[in-house]
Design a protein around this ligand. Structure first.
Ligand SMILES: [Cu+2]
Length: 140
């Protein structure tokens, strides 16, 4: 009986957390893509460097004020995502929950868009959403 109650609690806790209101980013905080540049023509694999000003990077699951972790949207519109829920994880929505500030992408030749979204410790966007400009690159 006790075990069942503990399991129920363990399952309910993340849900209850996810229902808390999204938090506001630090005033003036900015997230941006350092590299590649918007419009760049590059050869793969592509190293993407993440920039963040006015807030810090922390691993997912660790609640520290004014921190978050990076998410990279690849060929994905921010508007297509449910911003009140934890961001999904897919090959188009990449999580950097260890606090990484760069990655290497193997992209097919052609045009691609990249956009960063900072997420809180529960993988939810801040409110208002702290995101970079969406850049377009061409992979040769
Ligand atoms: Cu995440």
């Amino acid at each position: 009986m006790l075990r069942i109650a503990a399991l129920a609690l363990a399952l309910a806790a993340p849900l209850a957390l996810a229902q808390q209101p999204r938090t506001a980013p630090a005033p003036g905080a900015e997230v941006y893509i350092i590299a590649p540049r918007d419009g760049a023509v590059v050869h793969g694999p592509v190293t993407v460097r993440f920039g963040l000003k006015g807030m810090g990077v922390a691993p997912a699951g660790v609640k520290v004020d004014n921190t978050g972790h990076h998410h990279l949207l690849v060929d994905t519109d921010l508007a297509s995502l449910d911003l009140d829920a934890p961001l999904p994880a897919s090959d188009k929505v990449l999580h950097f929950g260890k606090g990484q500030t760069e990655t290497v992408l193997d992209l097919a030749p052609g045009k691609h868009t990249l956009e960063l979204v900072l997420g809180d410790y529960l993988h939810r966007p801040f409110d208002p959403v702290l995101h970079s400009k969406k850049i377009t690159i061409t992979v040769k």
